[in-house]
Design a protein around this ligand. Structure first.
Ligand SMILES: Cc1cc2nc3c(=O)[nH]c(=O)nc-3n(C[C@H](O)[C@H](O)[C@H](O)COP(=O)(O)O)c2cc1C
Length: 186
């Protein structure tokens, strides 16, 4: 599956079979996460792999009891490393770049999981303090996403998207493109 196909065919998966995720697939998912871009290549992100049932249950409770977090064979918690970014970029690093570094790896994780035939979902609706407490995260390691991963037990329909014409302006905000090819016309 090429990357463009993976991008358009990926869906959020919220129902998983009980089969374990093969180690070898997990390794490829980690590689995808590791190779995501980052500000100044600071790679201000870290990950917690959760396989323990009790920890999964606590994460599920921290995330408004979204049951599939507990049901998934593994959860990956993606964390922003605030200091690693702040050391070079100060407040902008702490407040923005480390979040973007971590977020870029989330998208890579999701696409890699899908390309490997696995399912995953990006979960952000959680109580941050409870996740910090559950995982024993030190100060400055901020959990920004929970990603349950497993073999999909559902095939959801595609969700809707805005039309490109509603999203893209030409040269200045609110200036509409008339036709895509006008971008290249003199
Ligand atoms: C920032 C962010 C937070 C999200 N939080 C949740 C969540 O807490 N629970 C959930 O089930 N899905 C969550 N999602 C998944 C979205 O609901 C999903 O991506 C969106 O509906 C589009 O569907 P698709 O991923 O199948 O294309 C989140 C996605 C993003 C990007």
């Amino acid at each position: 599956m090429d990357v463009l196909e993976a991008i358009v065919s990926r869906r959020s998966i919220r129902s998983f079979k009980s089969d374990p995720v093969p180690e070898q697939l997990l390794d490829q998912i980690w590689e995808a996460a590791r190779w995501a871009p980052s500000a100044g290549n600071r790679q201000a992100r870290e990950f917690v792999l959760v396989t323990d049932d009790q920890v999964k249950r606590q994460l599920c409770e921290a995330a408004r009891n979204q049951r599939f977090i507990e049901d998934a064979p593994v959860d990956i918690v993606v964390c922003a490393h605030e200091e690693r970014s702040a050391q070079r970029y100060g407040e902008r690093g702490r407040e923005l770049y480390c979040l973007q570094d971590a977020t870029a790896s989330v998208q890579n994780l999701l696409l890699a999981a899908h390309a490997l035939g696995l399912g995953a979902c990006w979960v952000e609706a959680f109580n941050e303090q409870l996740v910090i407490y559950t995982l024993n995260l030190p100060r400055g390691i901020r959990p920004i996403a929970l990603i349950p991963i497993g073999c999909p037990a559902e095939q959801p329909f595609a969700t809707s998207r805005f039309k490109l014409d509603d999203l893209i302006y030409l040269n200045r905000y609110n200036v509409k493109r008339k036709h895509p090819w006008e971008v290249y016309e003199k």
